[in-house]
Design a binder for this molecule. Structure first.
Ligand code: PLP
Length: 292
């Protein structure tokens, strides 16, 4: 997170209008890159001095911890679990979509170190989802999360996970496909503005490329760019997120092959226009068609 910008936002808005700061580890809209321990500490210090709680969007906490181990010399002899524990010690709570580093099929949870807030949340939970002992989830899903959180921190698993994502990134990058470098943990992000320089931004190069990958090889990806963020988008990326423990190397080789087929014919690909957009979160339900 840009710490100076955070300070400016708090100053501009007034600390009483900032109920919490949310730090997403790893950075999902910025190429799946990890957040460094130093940055976490700095964000935490700004939050603490302004008495604003710091929450993590922790859905990829284990991958973030492993990247810290790989890239920050001070942490090379620590386990991912020790690193994750230190990361969380700088915050006040987290949200967790357990479909990611919880290794579960469904579910998630909310954590806080504020006892009063926890009680209010538990009271509300009974009205909306169920008792805090199950929170609307089936018992087997809770057990899967409990095991998954431990397995996601195993180094053998993390090494394999990060290596297989990099395999996809490196194989397309060596043929010239522009990706965010270095490869992230859970996904490879293709830079669609560079891939399709002839498609103007108002014709959504990211969505155009995502549609083309689907038409070519049935590959489902997602735009993170102008459709998602409108005029505020600084990039048009296509995220190829890789489910954990699902694909073999030959699946990934197929994905590489399909991306390279689209790369070969990139000059003939035309942009898209919007036919329908919802008043908010338009990228989830928009309908689009090729420009004539
Ligand atoms: C960083 C991050 N947080 C939260 C979510 C949402 O998770 P869910 O699908 O469980 O609502 C996602 C989904 O991809 C995500 O990438």
């Amino acid at each position: 997170m840009d710490v100076q910008e955070l300070e400016r936002v708090i100053q501009r808005a007034g600390r009483e209008r900032v109920p919490l700061v949310m730090l997403t580890v790893t950075n999902n809209s910025g190429g799946g890159q990890p957040v460094s321990m130093e940055n976490i500490q700095q964000v935490s210090a700004v939050c603490r001095s302004n008495k604003i709680p710091l929450y993590f969007d922790a859905c990829r906490f284990a991958e973030n911890a492993y990247f810290i181990k790989l890239r920050e010399p001070r942490y090379e002899s620590k386990t991912p679990k020790q690193i994750a524990q230190e990361m969380f010690s700088y915050g006040d709570g987290c949200t967790m979509s357990a479909k990611k580093d919880g290794m579960a099929n469904i579910g998630g949870f909310l954590c806080t170190n504020d006892d009063l807030l926890a009680q209010q949340e538990k009271d509300l939970l009974i009205l909306t989802e169920g008792y805090p002992t199950y929170g609307g989830l089936a018992g087997r899903d809770l057990e899967a999360i409990a095991v998954g959180l431990q397995e996601a921190l195993e180094e053998d698993y993390l090494r394999y996970r990060i290596a297989s994502t990099a395999y996809l990134g490196n194989h397309i990058a060596q043929e010239g496909v522009p990706i965010v470098q270095p490869p992230g943990g859970h996904a490879i992000y293709i830079d669609a503005r560079t891939f399709l320089p002839h498609v103007p931004i108002d014709e959504f190069p990211g969505v155009t490329l995502a549609a083309e990958l689907y038409l070519e090889g049935g590959i489902r990806s997602v735009e993170i760019g102008s459709l998602m963020f409108g005029a505020a988008a600084k990039m048009d990326l296509v995220r190829l997120a890789i489910p954990r423990r699902v694909y073999t190397q030959s699946h990934i080789d197929y994905v590489v092959e399909m991306i390279l087929e689209v790369w070969k014919k990139r000059d003939s690909i035309r942009g898209l226009k919007l036919l329908y957009q919802a008043p908010f979160l338009r990228h989830f339900t928009a309908r689009m068609a090729p420009v004539e």
